[in-house]
Design a protein around this ligand. Structure first.
Ligand code: NDP
Length: 446
């Protein structure tokens, strides 16, 4: 069995060394999950609901511990990490309402009875990326468990620690052995085994478009359902009639949150030409004031990038581009990267490809039609924001932009205050609608 070292990205120091699961261990975990799932699915819905509420209470009691672990392993600022841990409990509480509400349909037929039930798939394999290890895991495992499935979950090798702890907390909360297992290992072994294993009946994948495409192709060969949540290159669109001060204050948070390592990062800024120069003048101090540093500090807004290799990738996007201005970042150990604002042309790599780092590409537009054309001028379609004081324009533009969540007059982050954001996305971001209304039923066979 091989091992790997988990690194603290804010210092570059090792935290711990873990063993990688091989195929045999994945198969053993799936066999345990199959057994646990049968008993779990046969429980009364109210008993599954109670168990999930108990899990939520145990997570709530460990919010500070989970948050500290995420700060160490992922470099998330403590305020964000605490919110993420709390959010896991919220998601569990939300889906604790689902077991008793998975209502099928009655289909009118002549002289007979035609009804549908929502049955669990059995074992659901969940593959999680490194950028939001707790929240993305919870959006997968909470609805899957609520629907009567067992879960085998593979965290990213870079950030496995909070997922491992959540697996332990599930047992402490009284969830049966084998029902929710965290299997640590590489994507090409553990993740691929979820795809090929005949007893894993559904795969939930969040990650890059490249790997997601491979996972989807593998699932297609197995005729196995798959839910994908992939990359993004979302646009902030600022019209001349917007509250420019508010927009300039909001833009940094919408792209630099989690150091830009966010599928919904609004990594393109489209500004109406008549206010382009003025808006950049207003944005510069907001970017300079974005607090990058020690993630254990309550005032920090942005920590380091996740790894040295990812920092090199992000840095490569600045080669040969026109950097308008940058924020600041600490010197020294850790994978630090100062936020950058780049003047771009529509066809540039920086305006087309996902950076997944704190780099903002800025482009001017002339009118509504031009803004919509530019916003749609990438392969992605995950999120977006529209800044305007005109309700009619906000609605028209949001209908014209081919992407998921795209609030007019947006908050800095997408609407995560509820249990689960709805990503009604398209194109190379994800091919299906997922979110609050859909996820629990997304883990049942109709
Ligand atoms: P990757 O696609 O590289 O990895 C995601 C997960 O898949 C990891 O757990 C990884 O394991 C695993 N994996 C890697 N190769 C395979 C494989 N061949 N088969 C099965 N599983 C595999 O993405 P990142 O972790 O780099 O995450 C960043 C990407 O995720 C960005 O593109 C981002 O936009 C996207 N993302 C999308 C979100 C959304 O909701 N739409 C949310 C968050 C991120 P390991 O790395 O351990 O080997």
């Amino acid at each position: 069995m091989s091992t790997f070292t988990v690194i603290d990205p804010s210092t570059g120091s090792p935290i711990t060394t873990l063993e990688r699961a091989e195929i045999d261990q994945v198969d053993a975990a799936v066999a345990d999950a199959v057994r646990a799932q049968r008993a779990w699915a046969s429980l009364a819905p109210v008993a599954r609901a109670d168990a999930l509420r108990a899990f939520a209470r145990v997570v709530e009691a460990h919010v500070d511990e989970l948050a500290a672990l995420e700060v160490k392993n992922s470099g998330h600022p403590i305020g964000s990490a605490r919110w993420e841990a709390q959010h896991v409990a919220q998601v569990l509480n939300y889906y604790a309402g689902a077991p008793e509400r998975l209502i099928g349909s009655q289909i009118p037929v002549a002289g007979g009875l035609d009804v549908t039930y929502h049955e669990p798939y059995g074992v659901v394999g969940i593959i999680v990326p490194w950028n939001f290890p707790m929240t993305i895991a919870a959006w997968g495992f909470a609805p899957a468990l609520a629907a009567g499935n067992a879960v085998v979950l593979k965290p990213a090798e870079l950030t496995p620690l909070t997922a491992i702890r959540l697996g332990e907390l599930a047992l402490e909360a009284g969830l049966p052995e084998g029902l929710f297992q965290v299997v640590v290992g590489s994507g090409s072994v553990v993740g691929q085994r979820f795809v090929s294993h005949p007893d894993v009946h559904k795969v939930v994948f969040t990650g890059s478009t490249e790997v997601g495409t491979e996972v989807a192709a593998g699932c297609a060969r197995m005729l196995k359902p798959v839910t994908l949540e992939l990359g993004g290159k979302s646009a902030n669109i600022v019209f001349a009639d917007a509250d420019l001060e508010k927009a300039a204050a909001g833009v940094p948070g919408s792209v630099f949150d989690n150091a830009g390592q966010d599928c919904c990062a609004r990594s393109r800024l489209l500004v109406q030409r008549s206010v382009f120069d003025r808006f950049l003048e207003m944005l510069e101090p907001a970017v300079a004031g974005w607090k990058v540093g020690d993630p254990t500090s309550e005032n920090t807004q942005m920590g380091p990038l996740i790894s040295a290799s990812h920092r090199s990738t992000v840095q490569s996007f600045l080669d040969g581009v026109d950097v308008a201005f940058r924020g600041s970042a600490p010197e020294g150990d850790g994978f630090w990267f100062a936020p950058a604002v780049v003047l771009a042309q529509p066809g540039d790599r920086i305006a087309q490809d996902e950076v997944f780092g704190p780099v903002l590409a800025v482009l001017p537009f002339d009118d509504e039609a031009d803004a919509i054309r530019l916003a749609n001028d990438t392969a992605y379609g995950l999120a977006g924001s529209i800044w305007t004081e005109s309700l009619g324009r906000g609605i028209r533009v949001s209908r014209g932009v081919r992407s998921g969540a795209r609030p007019p007059d947006p908050p800095p982050r997408p609407a995560y205050d509820g249990p689960r954001p709805t990503f009604g996305s398209c194109r190379r971001s994800e091919p299906a609608i997922t979110g609050t209304r859909f996820s629990s039923k997304g883990t049942t066979a109709p």
